[in-house]
Design a protein. Structure first.
Lengths: 114, 116
């Protein structure tokens, strides 16, 4: 079974802090994704990566950066956290070699910025 | 990716079939229909996908109309654990790189509530 893990389920940070959200997958997937989910807005793609050291902006990249130094790990960075970044953050991974390119999601990190 | 329209909520009695509709009238020939669900406080979970033909797996069946402008996800014997938000997504599959390949665009979905 594919496993996608995220470093924390719940996180509380202060405005202006630098925040790292880590995601690790164990299926050797090429593609990894970061989404945020907010009530009434659904899931929105922040960034994705289709190879090590490669990244592409999603729909809402502002205020975020990412890092993919190893294939299994994709980090989301909030350089200076703000209250409007309070949200549920979801990581996912997929593979080009699977015909259906199913995305497998982690359990999510609920971030509160005070 | 084509846009989808789903009813905001539906109810179903436990043990009965749950039929969740989705409209995707602007779907292109190379776009697949995917269904995911999200149980409260968990990440989304893949259910099934299809292109033209009806599909069935251990979780559900997917019925796609001949003109591909709509589809129905069927949970044949709904249980309380099937209570979740169900998302219908259409997207292109295949190819490496690019800004749209691999991306999932989630709409609002349908909140399915299964009652005892």
């Amino acid at each position: 079974d594919v496993k996608v893990t995220q470093s924390s389920r719940y996180l509380v940070k202060r405005t202006g802090e630098k925040v790292f959200l880590e995601c690790v997958q164990d299926m050797d997937h090429e593609n990894m994704f970061w989404y945020r989910q907010d009530p009434g807005l659904g899931l929105r793609l922040i960034y994705f990566s289709y190879d090590v050291k490669m990244k592409e902006k999603g729909d809402i990249p502002e205020g975020y950066s990412v890092s993919r130094e190893k294939k299994e790990r994709f980090s989301l960075i909030l350089e200076s956290a703000s209250t409007n970044q309070t949200s549920m953050y979801l990581c996912a991974s997929s593979s080009w070699t699977e015909l259906r390119e199913t995305q497998y999601f982690g359990p999510g990190t609920r971030l509160l910025v005070l | 990716d084509a846009k989808t329209t789903q009813p905001p909520s539906m109810d179903c009695a436990e043990g009965r079939a749950a039929n969740l509709p989705c409209n995707h009238s602007t779907i292109s020939g190379n776009e697949y229909v995917y269904w995911y669900r999200q149980i409260h406080s968990q990440g989304p979970q893949y259910i099934i996908h299809g292109l033209k033909n009806n599909e069935t797996n251990e979780m559900a069946s997917l019925i796609i109309t001949e003109d591909r402008k709509s589809s129905t996800l069927i949970l044949p014997h709904a249980t309380l654990r099937d209570t979740a938000v169900y998302y219908c997504i259409v997207r292109v599959v295949g190819g490496a790189g690019g800004t749209s390949y691999g991306k999932l665009t989630f709409g609002q979905g349908t909140i399915l509530t299964v009652h005892p």
